[in-house]
Design a protein around this ligand. Structure first.
Ligand code: ADP
Ligand code: ASP
Ligand code: MG
Length: 591
């Protein structure tokens, strides 16, 4: 008998009528002959209300007690759901995370799943019951209740689908699928029929709140097809699977993250080990950072900027100030009025000119870009928060995301989760659940770095530079723009070595016109990429990378991170040595 996991989010169980409607969906699936596991979130905005309540008591509630409190929201819903199913004449049993045996680590409020035992669920299913699991919660080895982070019921659902080898994992929510951007922010957003794991992983981490990003890590790792659909209708929604709608279009989605803050550590000595000193302090506090940008050092000191969620700002500043004192840096600045706008697309990796289109669209909309980072399948820019919505609109329009792509990827056979032939291997991987898995470490010794200093903090400069570079037939790979001092920033990018001289020449003319410069560079750099799944939330990947390079005395010129990669650019002469030390550093978690 096939098994289906159905997850219902907060708005889908907001009142008694909605709980009954969700129960009817589960009963229908049961009557169609499936075994059914439901995963249920707290009703409506209950989690927010509980958080508010805690904050009325203290502004620093202990994390363990926060989990104790928040887990009650889901406990209410599962009990009511079981009653609803029973009222419809079917058998059901509700379980808390602990009762199912969802074991997690002890990182309260951001716990990671370590293992799930299936026996109790299997027994109930075999007895003909609908199993109702509380989302977003687990238990650590000392029986403390833990939660997986906001939105974590999605992760519970996909994890259960993986361990139970479900034939489908349906995420019922208040939208009828995944859109090209948040439909609440842009009416023109288009529902996509299919989105790839990699794109959804990036989008979810960059602000598309429709799915918890870690649920997509699970889905990708265990090949769980996800169907995101409406609780309130039966129309087919969006499949999250291996291949996107189209590989031809450069961009498949855009996201706005409004609650971002920028932190800059000024005048960090430009020597090996400084990134490590800073980020290990931040990682200790379990904070995920994004958009890490380090200026290429001038006069022996560099400025290092990165973004965090505003919720994490206070703890991040404490860590950053500690690091700045230790490193003898000049100081720490921050801005909590910024937003991050990103475009994501697998097709981007195969096309040139995507970045300059994005920068031009932003310039034409009068949006100033404060920072830029790119990876193979995403470009993110940091802008003033008040310009976030306009920036999102500009990029959505530029890439015509409201129109369906004309050429679609070939249809793919979707293998049900756990249907891989090597059952032993699947079980071995499942035992590790959310542990870090590195796929590959690559060295690219074919690139050169260009740095344009004195880039004025005003709209249009990045667009003009990259338009000129593209017109010259130059292929740009990694782009980073730092947050600059005194109204100017530094823009660095990598190009093929054989185009280095040509790029310098081309920029020389342009720099005069744009009144920026000087232009510097290195004709021979090495780019190292560590790739895997969920690297941003596994903060230790960046830390391990920095540590091993520091221990080998290798200085890092540029850094960019994404959900699936950490890229660093180092001096060309150090490429092979850096590769060897990274391979040794990650030997224990290579797939
Ligand atoms: P649930 O409570 O069901 O988990 P969420 O509020 O977590 O629901 O997620 C659904 C919401 O995600 C939608 O109402 C929508 O506003 C928002 N959202 C953000 N980005 C996207 C996107 N790209 N596609 C669809 N919805 C999105
Ligand atoms: N109730 C939790 C939250 O609001 C988990 C979830 O809904 O996924 O974040
Ligand atoms: Mg959600």
């Amino acid at each position: 008998m096939s098994l289906i996991v159905q997850k219902f989010g907060g708005t889908s169980v907001a009142d008694a009528q909605k709980i009954l409607a969700a129960a009817r969906k589960a009963v229908r699936a049961r009557q169609e002959g499936h075994q059914v596991v439901m995963v249920v979130s707290a009703m409506g905005h209950n989690t927010d209300l509980l958080i508010d309540l805690a904050n009325q008591i203290t502004d620093q509630p202990p994390a363990r007690e926060m989990d104790m409190l928040l887990s009650t929201g889901e406990q209410v819903s599962v009990a009511l759901m079981a009653m609803a199913i029973s009222s419809l004449g079917h058998e059901a049993i509700s379980f808390t995370g602990a009762q199912i045996g969802i074991k997690t680590d002890s990182t309260h409020t951001k716990a990671r799943i370590q293992s799930i035992s299936t026996e109790r669920m299997r027994k109930a299913l075999d007895d003909g019951k609908i199993v109702i699991a509380a989302g977003f919660q687990g238990i650590d080895e000392d029986f403390n209740i833990t939660t997986l982070g906001r939105g974590g019921s999605d992760t519970t659902a996909v994890a259960l689908a993986a361990v139970l080898s479900a034939s489908a994992c349906e995420i019922y929510t208040d939208v009828d699928g995944v859109y090209t951007t948040d439909p609440r922010l842009m009416a023109e957003a288009r529902r996509v029929s299919r989105v790839s794991y990699d794109e959804m992983l990036e989008l979810a981490s960059l602000g598309a709140g429709v799915m918890h990003n870690r649920s997509i890590e699970f889905a990708k790792k265990f090949n769980v097809p996800i169907h995101v659909r409406s609780s309130f209708s039966d129309v087919p929604g969006t499949m999250i699977v291996a291949l996107p709608e189209s590989l031809e279009q450069p961009v498949s989605g855009a996201a706005l993250a409004k609650n971002e803050a920028r932190v800059t550590i000024l005048g960090v000595p430009d020597k090996p080990g400084t990134s490590l000193a800073i980020f290990s302090k931040i990682a200790k506090r379990n904070i995920s950072v994004d958009m890490i940008v380090q200026d290429v050092g001038a006069g022996g000191a560099a400025d290092l900027s990165f973004t965090v969620l505003t919720d994490d700002l206070r703890a991040t500043l404490a860590a950053a100030n500690e690091a700045a004192t230790e490193l003898n840096a000049e100081g720490v600045t921050h801005n909590d009025q910024v937003a991050k706008v990103s475009v994501v697309g697998l097709g981007m990796a195969r096309q040139t000119g995507v970045a300059e289109r994005m920068f031009r669209a932003l310039a034409d909309a009068g949006v100033n870009i404060q920072m830029i980072t790119t990876s193979e399948i995403k470009i993110s820019v940091l802008v003033a928060r008040e310009q976030g919505a306009a920036a999102l609109r500009a990029v959505h329009q530029e890439f015509q995301l409201d129109k369906a792509p004309t050429v679609s990827s070939e249809a793919q056979a979707v293998a049900p989760a756990g249907s891989k032939s090597d059952a032993v291997a699947v079980v071995a991987r499942l035992q590790k659940m959310e542990e870090l898995a590195i796929d590959d470490i690559e060295l690219d010794e074919s690139q050169a770095r260009i740095t344009v200093s004195g880039v004025f903090d005003q709209p249009g400069i990045a667009a003009t530079i990259f338009e000129a570079v593209a017109k010259g037939g130059i292929f740009v790979d990694m782009i980073v723009q730092s947050f600059g001092r005194e109204g100017t920033a530094k823009l660095s990018f990598t190009v093929p070595q054989n185009q280095y001289d040509k790029t310098l020449k081309l920029l020389a003319g342009l720099a005069d016109r744009l009144k920026c410069g000087p232009i510097s560079g290195s004709p021979n750099v090495a780019k190292l990429s560590v790739s895997g799944i969920g690297l941003r939330s596994h903060t230790q990947v960046a830390i391990r990378t920095f540590r091993c390079l520091a221990e080998s005395g290798i200085n890092i010129d540029l850094i960019s991170t994404s959900e699936v990669r950490v890229n660093v650019v180092v001096d060309g002469g150090h490429g092979q040595q850096a590769l060897k030390c990274l391979q040794a550093a990650f030997a224990d978690c290579m797939q």
